[in-house]
Write a protein that binds this ligand. Structure first.
Ligand code: MLT
Ligand code: ZN
Length: 469
């Protein structure tokens, strides 16, 4: 270990695992964005809260930035280390620490994978409801950092709703124990919520206490094929009126084509331009009959062309693959990702405006739409053609994103619904947050991270004065 700063870290924490091989720097220095060349100083893999505090104090003394790292499945560059930062990987802090059956609270380390948290909950006969396709590789620390949403927000809300308490290490190395699992706590500012969605810029989450709930009733999955975008919200209203929904997602024919090319099974004989996948309680015959009635009404009105309802758990999983496999099927094309939200009531007008804009601005690129339409959250992925370089593609996508940000401002929406600002959406924060709001955010950052070492350059550009908003 030739770097003198790393030697001093090693002297301070002789037991701390440090990695600095080229392959490790590459592996731990990036997330799913694949846009920045990883260039961290090294990777540290702490085991204890005390290790994390000592790392932060070392970073303050040495003036080294810290990039917290979970499963690195992020899509906004929040876990990218491209400027000589020390990556703090929580891979070895991945245990369940405690379960309290009376409180229904499970306490875990930040490196625990979402899937393992879900498994631990079900081993206690309970349910952790936040869920999405990367469950097998994303960590709970990363979920908290982005206030991750996913496919069941419509019933259960985002990660924020399930956080009963957090232990965090600030940018000065202090340990704060926030809320301690209390349901009622009207004793001043609830600092826990500042950390959720802060993308590791305000503190490092070293322990999380999460609420669990009852296991859900038996459910079925229905996929409907729609002839027109305008009908999406009518179908949503009908489903919401008659079914107890746990998911309502949509995707287009283009998204379906990619996912089928990656091995998913097509339940339909004919292609339709839009699809919805919905999951709903189907514990008894009345609920099952309601789903059929929804289908019949939608078909009679001409809102759907075709539909399929799962008849088994295996079929439900196969139908979910049509939606959950999209991200992975697009990944080889290195898509430019938009993750935007507006109020549900604004969706029809917003989608019309978006469709016109994307057709006008991207006549030569494939644009793939999917997402959590029941939450007002759309994912619009733009795919590069073979003749455009990566650099030219980003320049063009950023030009269009500036237009998109302006439209979102008119609709009162957000440039990031659930992926975070990270590095990717840095330039567009001021379209979603006012100048005064960003100034408050910077003030909070200055208090919790006075030396500016925590995930520097994420959420706000370092030292830049934000304009607009
Ligand atoms: C999803 O909804 O599938 C995720 O947010 C990932 C993505 O947008 O690609
Ligand atoms: Zn999503």
């Amino acid at each position: 270990m030739s770097e003198s700063r790393l030697l001093r870290l090693h002297e301070r924490l002789p037991e701390l695992l440090l990695k600095s091989d080229a392959a490790d720097l590459e592996y731990y220095g990036r997330d799913w964005t694949r846009r920045w060349t990883p260039a961290p100083l090294a990777i540290s893999l702490p085991r204890t809260v005390a290790d994390v505090q000592a790392i932060v104090r070392w970073a303050v003394e040495e003036g080294v930035g810290i990039v917290p790292s979970g499963g690195r499945t992020g899509l906004s560059g929040g876990a990218v280390a491209a400027n000589g930062e020390l990556v703090v990987s929580f891979e070895r802090m991945n245990r369940v620490l405690d379960f309290n059956a009376v409180d229904r609270i499970i306490t875990v380390q930040p490196g625990l994978l979402l899937e393992n948290l879900q498994g631990a909950a079900s081993a206690h006969g309970l349910f952790y409801p936040v869920d999405f396709a990367s469950r097998g590789s994303c960590s709970i620390g990363g979920n908290i950092a982005t206030n991750a949403g996913g496919i069941r927000v419509i019933r259960y809300g985002n990660t924020r709703e399930w956080i009963a308490g957090l232990k965090i290490v600030t940018g000065s190395g202090d340990l704060l124990d926030l809320n301690r699992g209390l349901i009622k706590n009207s004793s001043g500012y609830d600092l826990r919520h500042l950390l959720i969605g802060a993308e590791g810029t305000l503190g490092l989450v070293v322990e999380a206490s999460l609420r669990l709930t009852d296991a859900p009733a038996a459910s079925n999955v229905m996929v409907l094929a729609l002839p027109a975008m305008d009908d999406l919200m009518q179908v949503f209203a009908e489903c919401r009126r008659r079914l107890r929904l746990s998911a309502f997602e949509f995707f287009t024919d283009r998204a379906l084509a990619h996912v089928l090319a990656h091995g998913a099974q097509d339940p339909f004989e004919q292609v339709s331009p839009f699809y919805v996948i919905t999951e709903f309680d189907a514990a008894d015959e009345t609920q099952q009959a309601a789903a059929l009635a929804v289908f019949e009404t939608c078909a009679d009105k001409g809102w759907v062309n075709d539909g399929v309802i799962s008849q088994s758990a295996a079929q439900a999983a196969s139908l979910w693959r049509l939606r959950e496999g999209i991200t992975e099927s697009l990944a080889p094309a290195k898509p430019y990702k938009n993750d935007i939200s507006v109020r549900i009531s604004a969706i029809p007008a917003f989608m019309q405006a978006m469709q016109a804009m994307f057709e006008r601005e991207y006549p030569h690129y494939e644009v793939v739409w999917f997402g959590h339409i029941g939450d007002g959250n759309l994912h619009i992925n733009v795919l590069k053609d073979a003749s455009t370089t990566d650099a030219a593609f980003i320049v063009e996508c950023e030009r269009v994103t500036a237009l998109l940000a302006r439209t979102l401002e008119e609709f009162g929406g957000s440039i990031s619904a659930e992926h975070g600002i990270g590095l990717v959406k840095l330039k567009y924060l001021a379209g979603t947050r006012s100048v005064a709001e960003i100034a408050v955010m910077r003030g909070i950052k200055a208090v919790l991270d006075p030396h500016g070492i925590l995930n520097p350059g994420k959420v706000f550009a370092v030292g830049r004065v934000d304009s607009g908003g």
